[in-house]
Write a protein that binds this ligand. Sequence first.
Ligand code: MN
Length: 254
Amino acid sequence: MRILLTNDDGINAPGLEVLEEIARELSDDIWVCAPSEEQSGAGHSLTLNEPVRLRQHGERRFSVSGTPTDSVMMALRKVMPDAPDLILSGVNRGANLGDDITYSGTVSAAIEGALAGIRSIALSQVYSREGMADAVPFDAAREWGTRVITPLLDIPLAERTLINVNFPPIPANAVKGIRPVRQGFHDYSRGSLVEGKDPRGYDYFWFGLHAIEHTLDHGTDLEAIAEGYVAVTPLQLDLTHHQSLGTLADRFAG
Ligand code: MN
């Protein structure tokens, strides 16, 4: 089994090392093609207005001066002689739950894989506090990685679907199990805005993240994580709200 690893935290991220450990339990044919710098929040963006550089770091290890989507595209079109059987993206430093998904470079790399018809799984390690960027406990991801990925290797997946996995921010031996759940929703628009003046006296603004309030709807990824489970959510690329089609058809009729 040929596996492509990527992420949005950059090729030197600790979570990518964790993902490599997980992947090597599954196969020896591991390829890495990841952004050269952190791309968290890049979503599914594709670099079109500037060139993208490709650097080789090892026989099967490459970085791309672009986004997670650029990295997957580069891997499939240039780096890999044959298409991978599986794409793993992560392990992200932080949650990709509920409404996080469309901002997520981690999930978007898996979306790019799904678009190419390749089985793709995004993996994220939830952690509870900001400001401890390099001290995220990847325990749960490391211990539960293959336990969640292995059963996903041969289940039938519809076209244009992918799997989003989040590991809870607790020690591996405290994790209660794996729970398939739907995507939840945050109650409030996310994030904070920090304002300041730069050294030259100009205003700057900086988007940040802070604790998000949410009610834990039953059966959601948010609830599963809060209750100490690994959350596994199937996602689809069809964003159509099918129930609204009839309403729109009525409005535009005649
Ligand atoms: Mn990230």
